[in-house]
Ligand binder design. Structure first.
Ligand code: ADP
Ligand code: MG
Length: 259
């Protein structure tokens, strides 16, 4: 996909350097470095257990890295030597600047869709309610869910719930979006409507890191593709190269296995 910004170098949005993460004896990330500039769509592919979710969760501070550096915009996350965050307030602020979308939607089941969208803006960020509602309604329209504003999540299909979750993340006006296999929990016939929303966000130049098993889609929307294997980047590059002429044998194997 041609990026709206053409070839003009863009500022960095997210950079990780030498990221390590262990759970006890298990070393899951073994030194991963990656940069997403403004407007980039970085697709992360790799087998189950390769560390994709852990990497994304570290970027969003849902996991504490064991070592490495994380830079959001021009702000380096202050870490103690053991990787734990030194400044909770900074973490809170930076986390709010990243919209995370999970495989399992994670909507609050006891709140309507509209309430799901305005909860954090109103009660955490202090956005005036009318303003938050207006923004939420605009975003619901964008993902095709205007009619569902007053509905509870359980009455929506999986595809609708995931579109609502994307709208909820957008309500935070994030600098970048992080998607962790956003279509993996969906029935096949519902995948397309969610991909259409993500495609739309990519086309408007949103920065995103997208972990996905949808290889065709990754090839279509990504500006850069990263193949993670066993906690390390095994190969990365433009989609035409990664999918069209993969160099590493592991990537070749992987692409065959998901074809
Ligand atoms: P992927 O998303 O690529 O499938 P994950 O990042 O979820 O991989 O997991 C990578 C490895 O880390 C797996 O072996 C998984 O079992 C392990 N892991 C992930 N989260 C935890 C955790 N909280 N505690 C212990 N092990 C974990
Ligand atoms: Mg995962």
């Amino acid at each position: 996909m041609t990026r709206p910004d053409g070839d003009v170098p863009q500022p960095e949005a997210i950079r990780i350097e030498g990221l390590h993460k262990s759970f006890g004896q298990l070393e899951v990330l073994k030194g991963v470095s990656l940069t997403a500039c403004e407007g980039d769509v970085v697709a992360v592919i790799g087998g189950s257990g390769s560390g994709k979710s852990t990497m994304l969760r570290c970027i969003n501070f849902l996991e504490t890295p064991s070592a490495g550096k994380i830079v959001i915009g021009n702000e380096t996350v202050a870490m103690r030597p053991d990787g734990s965050p030194a400044d909770r307030k900074q973490i809170e602020r930076l986390r709010q600047s990243l919209g995370m979308v999970f495989q399992q939607f994670n909507l609050w089941s006891h709140r309507t869709i509209l309430e799901n969208l305005i909860e954090v803006p109103v009660h955490v960020l202090g956005v005036p309610r009318a303003e938050a509602v207006a923004r939420a309604e605009r975003l619901l329209a964008r993902v095709g869910l205007s009619a569902k504003a007053d509905t509870y999540p359980a009455f929506l299909s999986g595809g609708q719930q995931q579109r609502a979750a994307i709208a909820r993340a957008l309500c935070m006006e994030p600098r970048a979006m992080l998607f962790d296999e956003p279509t993996s929990a969906l029935d096949p016939e519902l995948v397309g409507e969610v991909l259409a929303v993500i495609r739309d966000l990519a086309a408007e130049g949103r920065t995103m890191i997208l972990v996905t098993h949808e290889m065709k889609f990754a090839r279509e929307v990504a500006s850069h593709v990263v193949f993670l294997h066993n906690g390390l980047i095994e190969e990365e590059g433009p989609p035409e190269q990664l999918f069209g002429a993969p160099r590493s044998e592991r990537l070749q194997q992987f692409l065959k296995s998901v074809a």
